[in-house]
Design a protein around this ligand. Structure first.
Ligand code: 5GP
Ligand code: MN
Length: 326
């Protein structure tokens, strides 16, 4: 899409006060890109503020710099706000709204093909497997040496967004980057153990109740997570990435969807698809976004209405596509 390496470097050099934001319900690439850039800026003598609504999820607190991430913004003025891994402004949450209103310039660093190109300086690269790959390309371009405290967060984004090098966009460069980050001191064993190979038991209990609702019809595998089951298990903000990853691994499915009932009655949708089927456009048409093989959106409830609205769209995706790997 748009890569403005030099304009981005000049904006950072010129800025005294820098604010870094990422997307709501941050995943490994959100926190990895937020802290990879934060730590690189700190090493260059800058003192950026990093913030995400609700702070860093506990399982990602091993990433260096996590203890410096704020969970709310109530005051401050910045020369430059940098948004990381967020395809639209709404995804940056309350922190993004506050930051935008109190920053002179907004830079947009991302890898989602559905990026709305908000802000005025862009490092948006849909072919990158993670936002941390975009960041590394920038560091490479400006000749920045990668320390361990930068390499580790960058590896976290690379590993989590590729589901440990298994997504269809993984290529030789992905593995080259992993090698560079490991040579800089990041442990792949630690990163995988703390992210893709880590699941709290109550999440498995949640899957048990969700799997009771699982259905496969016309290549679309679906499941529902209700507020009742979330409350029973005292789960406030669970990740269901593991469940949907398991669902799309079933041989007979082409597209997977999880419907999750939110406390306010809206329904959060998670989509996955096999290579050859594109769920990003459905997410975009529902006000969300993402990638061909992993996307999502939040729509009006109740669950039954959401199912009636979304399942026909997904069946259409199945009809339009064809399996790449049979
Ligand atoms: P997940 O199913 O893991 O929550 O989301 C998969 C991908 O879909 C995310 O990496 C993100 O790119 C995208 N995504 C999920 N929910 C939303 C949403 O509400 N808005 C946008 N723009 N993207 C979303
Ligand atoms: Mn990402």
């Amino acid at each position: 899409m748009t890569i403005e390496w030099d304009k981005a470097a000049a904006a950072v050099d010129a800025a005294e006060r820098i604010l870094l934001v990422t997307h709501l319900h941050p995943d490994g690439d959100a926190i990895g890109s937020l802290l990879g850039l934060r730590n690189a800026l700190v090493e260059r003598g800058k003192t950026p503020d990093a913030v995400v609504d609700g702070g860093v999820p506990p399982y990602l607190r091993f990433v260096p710099g996590s203890d410096q991430v704020r969970s709310t913004l109530v005051e401050g003025e910045w020369d430059l706000m940098i948004s990381l891994d967020s395809s639209d402004e709404e995804r940056t949450g309350a922190a993004g709204v506050y930051g935008r209103a109190h920053s002179k310039v907004v830079m947009n660093i991302d890898h989602h093909p559905t990026n709305t190109m908000f802000g005025s300086i862009y490092l948006v690269q849909p072919e990158a497997v993670s936002t941390t790959e975009v960041l590394y390309g920038w560091f490479e371009h400006i000749g920045l040496a990668i320390s361990k405290d930068v390499a580790l967060p960058l590896l976290v984004g690379l590993v989590t967004d590729t589901n440990a090098f298994r997504t269809s966009n993984v290529n030789a460069r992905t593995l080259h980057l992993a090698q560079v980050f490991m040579e800089s001191g990041a442990s792949l064993t630690e990163v995988t153990a703390r992210t893709v190979s880590s699941t709290p038991y109550n999440t498995v209990e949640l899957w048990r109740s969700a799997l009771q609702t699982v259905a496969l019809e016309d290549g679309v595998i679906s499941a529902t997570i209700t507020q009742d089951s979330l409350k029973q298990l005292k789960l406030v903000e669970p990740t269901d990435a593991g469940l949907i990853g398991f669902m799309i691994s079933t041989d007979e499915s082409r597209v997977a969807v999880v419907f999750k009932e939110l406390a306010d009655g809206r329904v959060e949708l998670s989509f996955r698809s096999k290579p050859g089927f594109d769920v990003s456009q459905v997410a975009l048409s529902l006000g969300g976004g993402g990638h061909k093989q992993a996307s999502g959106a939040t729509i009006a409830g109740p669950i039954e209405a959401a199912r009636a609205r979304v399942l026909p769209l997904l069946r259409e995706v199945v009809r339009q596509g064809a399996l790449v790997i049979r």
